[in-house]
Design a protein around this ligand. Structure first.
Ligand SMILES: *[C@@H]1O[C@H](CO)[C@@H](O)[C@H](O)[C@H]1NC(C)=O
Ligand SMILES: *[C@@H]1O[C@H](CO)[C@@H](O)[C@H](O)[C@H]1NC(C)=O
Ligand SMILES: *[C@@H]1O[C@H](CO)[C@@H](O)[C@H](O)[C@H]1NC(C)=O
Length: 512
């Protein structure tokens, strides 16, 4: 064969490979993650710890709700014992080692550390528990990432209005300072608050989260304002008092779904709905101008006036607050699960009660039946939505560093969880597309390390890489097939659709 001919053939072959990489996604060549990209898993205190009144811990809003109204939870269960991580944390760390995690995200229980809610009494047993967990992780080079608040407000503070009382700013700031003081020497990744939208809308607007209040169109907006100021105050405390000595990073985790316009004419409506759904938390922190998104301020003010209110149902920030909140996050913590399609026309005006958050949005959304669904009915698999969301965040907020702080898929019991594996692969692939597009994503956190108490769904929707046996007093944890797949992704630092794990034995790879 002539030399020229061979070169030609090789270049045609290379073109085919290159072309199919882009055009034919079903080929699925192994795909590396960027250098320095971090992998973790996530949990939250109430969902795993148990020990709800152990060693001086007092009642949170979730203890209160589940004890006083058990069947608000789908299976009438609670987190009294949950995964019993209060006693089994060493096994949890062993699982982190089996997976080869770079970091582990967990939350602190406010009432375990401060049983009176306030700094007047610090519970040494609570501090000791978290010290033990942190030290056990550090022994094996697993970085702790602490969420200060993952939904378990002290019940006492709720009795004083909780997140709708502006004094919550100081209550939260005091608690944050105590956590920084006790753990900041060893913990470099901090998240102030997990999913403000769920705290405020679900907790105070739609009663689908503790404290289960439904004063929509009003209470969730008070909550949003106070929560953002509280977050920023905690961030500024770290800046002033701890950053120099500890050199950590502090951010917030926002839950954000992608909202796709049904048709061209719905583009503006979808953009506006995003501003209401999670832009209300992102815009004050990550935009150049700060404050609530303009569309929210305008629309809620106008509707409030029409409805006979004397002032907007959306409270205003002072200019000092706007400045304090603007830029108050070292990274954009992103919790993402699913997407929806939105339209707006004459029929969508007046379908929601007035006033309400959804009436203020004034559009309707839905998901497609053809999207694969998890055990959670709201969780449909739409990987391209993840891609579009990441590109949107890059464009809206000047390409912030994004840390994926949650992403995952629920199933029922069973170790063969191919649906979860497929979800993880598709979403990681979409994330890599976004990175190729220039999005600055620094790490990925799978929700969740293990099955746990899934809030209003109790133990009926399971998100674990490890299955937990709730019938055994030992709460035995067993790796699902997805745990082996995630382990290989972390070990090889690449996404390989063709990898088939040997699920016989989970081991710890030494030398990490
Ligand atoms: C894409 O690749 C898959 C797997 O190699 C193959 O089955 C399929 O026919 C290819 N599709 C196209 C359009 O080339
Ligand atoms: C509004 O849009 C929805 C979804 O496309 C459609 O089903 C409905 O017929 C429309 N209604 C009006 C009044 O245009
Ligand atoms: C991405 O984020 C990292 C960490 O914050 C930063 O060092 C880097 O400069 C960023 N890259 C771009 C392209 O913005």
């Amino acid at each position: 064969m002539g030399k020229l001919k061979l070169v030609l053939i090789i270049s045609v072959l290379l073109n085919l490979v290159e072309g199919s990489r882009i055009i034919n996604k079903t080929r699925r060549d192994p795909r590396p993650f960027p250098k320095g990209f971090l992998f973790g898993t996530s949990t939250a205190a109430y969902q795993i710890e148990g020990g709800w009144d152990a060693d001086g811990k007092s009642e949170s809003v979730w203890d209160h709700l589940t004890h006083n109204n058990p069947c608000r939870i789908k299976d009438c269960s609670n987190g009294d014992i949950a995964d019993d991580s209060y006693h089994l944390y060493k096994r949890d760390v062993e699982m982190m080692r089996e997976l080869g995690l770079d970091f582990y995200r967990f939350s602190l229980s406010w009432t375990r550390i401060l049983p009176t809610s306030f700094p007047d009494k610090i519970n040494e047993a609570g501090i000791q528990y978290y010290n033990n967990l942190i030290d056990e992780m550090l022994k094996y080079n697993i970085e702790p990432m602490i969420t200060l608040y993952h939904w378990d407000l002290p019940q006492k503070l709720q009795e004083m209005g909780g997140w709708t009382n502006p004094h919550v700013v100081d209550w939260f700031a005091d608690y944050a300072r105590i956590a920084f003081e006790h753990f900041g020497d060893r913990v470099k990744y901090w998240i102030t608050i997990n999913e403000p939208r769920e705290v405020c809308y679900q907790g105070y607007g739609s009663a689908t989260n503790a404290p289960a209040i439904s004063i929509t169109g009003y209470a969730e907006y008070l909550c949003a304002k106070n929560l953002l100021v509280a977050h920023a105050k905690a961030y500024r405390i770290y800046d002033k008092e701890f950053r120099e000595k500890y050199d950590g990073t502090v951010g917030i985790s926002l839950s954000a779904g992608w909202i796709e316009p049904e048709a061209e004419k719905d583009t503006q409506a979808a953009f506006d709905a995003i501003q209401f759904e999670w832009g209300q938390y992102a815009h004050p922190i990550f935009s150049e101008t700060g404050d609530f998104p303009p569309i929210m301020k305008e629309r809620i003010a106008a509707k409030s006036a029409e409805q006979g209110f004397y002032r907007s149902r959306l409270p205003e920030f002072t200019s000092d607050e706007i400045e304090m909140i603007r830029g108050s996050s070292d990274f954009f913590g992103l919790n993402h699960y699913s997407s929806s399609i939105l339209y707006k026309n004459e029929s969508t005006a007046g379908i929601f009660e007035q006033p309400s958050f959804y009436d203020d949005i004034g559009a309707a959304s839905y998901q497609l039946d053809e999207w694969p669904v998890a055990a959670s009915s709201w969780l449909k698999q739409v990987p391209w939505g993840f891609y579009k969301l990441l590109v949107f965040i890059k464009e809206q907020y000047n390409n912030p560093t994004v840390m994926i702080t949650e992403n995952g898929f629920s199933t029922s019991t069973g170790l063969q969880d191919d649906a979860r594996i497929n979800y993880y692969r598709e979403y990681l692939d979409a994330m890599l597309d976004a990175i190729d597009e220039g999005c600055n994503v620094s790490g990925y956190t799978a929700w969740s390390l293990m099955d746990n108490f899934e809030w209003m769904a109790g133990y009926t929707e399971l998100f674990g890489l490890y299955e937990v046996d709730y019938n055994s007093p030992e709460r035995t944890r067993m790796p699902r097939k997805s745990a082996f797949v995630y382990k290989e992704i972390i070990r090889s630092r690449q996404l390989d659709y063709h990898y088939e794990p040997n699920t016989n034995e989970m081991t710890i790879d030494e030398g990490k």
